[in-house]
Design a protein around this ligand. Structure first.
Ligand code: DOR
Ligand code: ZN
Length: 348
């Protein structure tokens, strides 16, 4: 018997689209299912100014295949030289929906990120004043902090002090990976939200390392112990308005993933919605999938829920997802959950 679930069309509150040939290759994978996405600004060079964001938005719209309906929600990359007035103008014009904080050196293309948080105080205060959310890559970069502890330490040493010093600042903890991240959100008021990726609901650190290293499961923040995955599952499927989908779908060509120094990033745009239906069904929470993927995010960002719908169906045969997306720079491997999935997104 075919089971079917119709939800408001989802949005992706954390997405890497890149630029050039890669943008062209991956954009349809997101636009096929998602109405909007928060677009990460970690290009080389990064998207720092309003003018750069406007030009990047134009390139995204130019790469969108005819007939596809998709709205990129632009962000600026916060640097120690960011101009608070430029940020405010980009917000006032409706161009940007958030500013992204990368601690310098935390992840892919984060070299221009923040080292001394005192140097971004004026920008943060301006954002609190105008109600512009800060999206945070929440990991410290200190060499003496174990990579598996970097999120929890960031909360204590960086995030909590920033929030205390900046009342009214709305913060999204991006791609949380620990029960500490979940608890910090749950303990705080509604000016704090968190995105959770699809892959962190599916893999723990064993999936990356046991039986040989699996480069396509390596991302940042790195997947943690099973107890953390379970905490993320509980949060995502709970319906709690503070948790919403941000896939962090992050394409890299296979040569750069299957490499002695492989890049961080899982590419999940293609199969995210089917995988989420599988996860939510496993947790007996299919009724909360719409909140996680389609309602809680717009609610946090003060945007309307999409009028359009998306239908998922569950059939008797396992869904066949493409193994790779072709790009003229090289193939990009689609995230493999490692189990059969019977859900699929119905043709629109
Ligand atoms: O795994 C990741 N990939 N984490 C990030 O924070 C950045 C992203 C990328 O840009 O590839
Ligand atoms: Zn990301």
């Amino acid at each position: 018997m075919t089971q079917s679930l119709t939800i408001a069309r989802p949005d992706d509150w954390h997405l890497h689209l890149r630029d050039g040939a890669m943008l062209k290759a991956v954009l349809p994978e997101t636009a096929r299912h998602f109405a909007r996405a928060i677009i990460m600004p970690n290009l080389v060079p990064p998207v720092v100014t309003g003018a750069q964001a406007a030009a990047y938005k134009d390139r995204i719209m130019a790469a969108l295949p005819a007939g596809m309906d998709f709205a990129p929600l632009m962000t600026l990359y916060l640097t120690e030289d960011s101009d608070p007035d430029d940020i405010a103008a980009a917000h006032a014009s409706g161009l940007i929906k958030a500013v992204k904080l990368y601690p310098a050196g935390a992840t892919t293309n984060s070299a221009s990120g923040v080292s001394n948080f005192k140097n971004v105080r004026a920008a943060l205060e301006k954002m609190a004043e105008i109600g512009l959310p800060l999206c945070v890559h929440g990991e410290v970069t200190d060499h003496d902090i174990d990579i598996f502890d970097r999120e929890a330490v960031f909360i204590d040493r960086v995030l909590d002090p920033i929030r205390k010093a900046t009342p009214g600042l709305r913060v999204v903890m991006e791609h949380i990976t620990t029960k500490d991240g979940v608890a910090y959100v749950q303990d705080n008021a509604t000016d704090l939200g968190a995105t959770i990726t699809t892959h962190h609901l599916i893999i723990n650190r064993n999936h990356i390392l046991v039986g040989g290293i699996k480069p396509h499961y390596y991302c940042l923040p790195v997947a943690k112990r099973e107890e953390h995955r379970l905490a993320l599952r509980a949060a995502a499927t709970s319906g709690d308005a503070r948790f919403f989908l941000g896939t962090d779908s992050a394409p890299h060509v296979d040569d750069l993933k299957e490499n002695a120094c492989g890049c961080a990033g899982c590419f999940t745009a293609t199969n995210t919605m089917a995988l989420l239906a599988h996860v939510f069904e496993e947790e007996n929470a299919l009724e909360n999938l719409e909140k996680f993927a389609s309602r809680n995010g717009p609610n946090f960002y003060g945007l309307p829920v999409n009028d359009a719908k998306l239908t998922l169906t569950k059939g008797a045969e396992a869904t066949v997802f493409p193994e790779k997306i072709e790009c003229s720079d090289g193939p990009v491997t689609v995230f493999d959950p490692g189990f059969d999935v019977f859900w699929t997104v119905a043709d629109q």
